[in-house]
Design a protein around this ligand. Structure first.
Ligand SMILES: Cc1ncc(COP(=O)(O)O)c(C=O)c1O
Length: 408
């Protein structure tokens, strides 16, 4: 099949929407436009039925016992805000300490920073060089004031999957609530809130082939019954936890996408893992000083994150971005280019944190695309290194750390 450009390999920023999810949504923009809270006529009943069906589909994907445990939000960011702020406010009498990790996504880290300004204490535990949280370090961070542990299921940059069941067990033994940001994991790898002891879980439709603008927070109802203070007050929708008219078409798309992911998961993850490994082998066998970031096995099957020494990630992207959509871990903020804090947290040097590239595959990725992107990446990295005096010096055996650069 002929390649179609640009090639999308940035599926951890968002996924393409599955056409079957779009199909399911369409009637809810047109003839099925009712308000799900209109309890007294068929338009409302139809909308409510569709929302309840989607609730069931999402509950099934994450192993929730009761669809009522699913609270719809506008996305992952809002779900995380609701979980962390909602618990901090509701359990204030019990304690004021939260434990999280330094590699969480900004939605968690920025909420924690705000909570700290409001008097909540937050401990940010480090991770090991493979991106995994050490359970003993986590245990050691717990105090008698700890009310919540929040650890992401799978990391958005390096894809490392935490031992969620072990963390759930630890939280339960200590009588502490456990929230996980499963935005990157739900629909991609098995998630089971019951078996894994998860009390709160955030997820989003746009990372599992659904539409943007809708997500969900799972809130456990039994063993323990978790209570959270709402962040948005109003008509008392979503059992008072999140007021506002529900976006029925988006919710229908989310539910359909969740069901499709559940059905496709075993086959899809095996296919993507094989493609990802092909890409990894192609690149690592052709480029020297290229380093795989994150855990080599415990990672999302569609994720590949590599640092290329002596080149900047952004430069590689610039060399490729007319034809391929990838992502570098560095964040371009106003005038400065910040190295990836996630890669930095794994113990990499600032240079390597600056040089990471994330390849993320998806349901519609093909072998031809993988081969093309792999070959082009190799070419671009080699071209950039040919122009790099640092690479030349390193190849001549000069220890770059021994050089004293003269400031003008
Ligand atoms: C790990 C992680 N958490 C949270 C979010 C935020 O989700 P949303 O974009 O739905 O607000 C993202 C988005 O990419 C993410 O990767």
């Amino acid at each position: 099949m002929a390649l179609k450009f640009p090639i999308f390999m940035d599926a951890q920023s968002t996924t393409p929407v599955d056409p079957r999810a779009v199909e399911a949504m369409l009637p809810y923009f047109t003839e099925k436009f009712g308000h799900p809270a209109s309890r007294n006529h068929p338009f409302g009943w139809e909308a409510e039925g569709a929302v309840d069906a989607a609730r069931g589909q999402i509950a099934k994907l994450i192993g929730a016992r009761d669809p009522k445990e699913i609270v719809f939000t506008s996305g992952g960011t809002e779900a995380i805000n609701l979980a962390l702020k909602g618990v901090a406010e509701m359990y204030r009498e019990k304690g004021n300490h939260i434990v999280t990790t330094i590699i969480e996504q900004r939605a968690t880290l920025d909420v924690c920073k705000r909570l700290e300004r409001q008097g909540v204490e937050v401990t940010y535990v480090p991770v090991q060089p493979d991106g995994l949280v050490d359970l003993e370090t986590l245990r050691g961070a717990i105090t008698d004031k700890t009310i919540l542990i929040s650890v992401m299921f799978a990391n958005n940059e390096v894809g490392t999957i935490q031992d969620i069941a072990a963390i759930g067990k630890l939280a339960k033994a200590k009588g502490i609530l456990f929230h996980t940001d499963a935005t990157q994991a739900a629909g991609k790898v098995p998630v089971d809130v019951e078996a894994m002891g998860i009390d709160l879980l955030s997820c989003t439709a746009h990372l599992l082939y659904g539409p943007k603008g809708v997500g969900a927070l799972y809130v456990r109802r039994k063993g323990p019954r978790v209570r959270i203070a709402p962040m948005i007050d109003g008509g008392g929708h979503e059992r008072g936890m999140r007021s506002g008219t529900l976006p029925v078409p988006l919710i229908v798309g989310f539910g359909t996408a969740a069901e499709l992911c559940g059905q496709a998961m075993p086959e899809e993850s095996a296919r993507l893992r094989a493609l990802r490994d092909r890409l990894q082998d192609l690149i690592l066998s052709n480029v020297d000083e290229a380093y795989l970031n994150g855990h080599p096995e415990r990672r999302l099957p569609h994720n590949l994150n590599i640092s290329f020494a002596y080149v900047e990630g952004e430069s590689v992207l610039m060399g490729l971005n007319k034809e391929s959509a990838l992502s570098s871990g560095s964040a371009c903020t106003s005038a400065t280019l910040e190295p990836s804090y996630v890669i930095g947290a794994l113990g990499a040097s600032a240079e390597l944190a600056h040089s990471s590239i994330r390849f993320s595959l998806h349901r519609f990725s093909t072998e031809e695309e993988v081969d093309h992107v792999g070959r082009r990446t190799i070419e671009v990295v080699k071209r950039l290194r040919d122009m790099s005096p640092l690479y030349e010096l390193a190849k001549e055996g000069v220890d770059l750390k021994s050089i004293h650069w003269k400031a003008e």
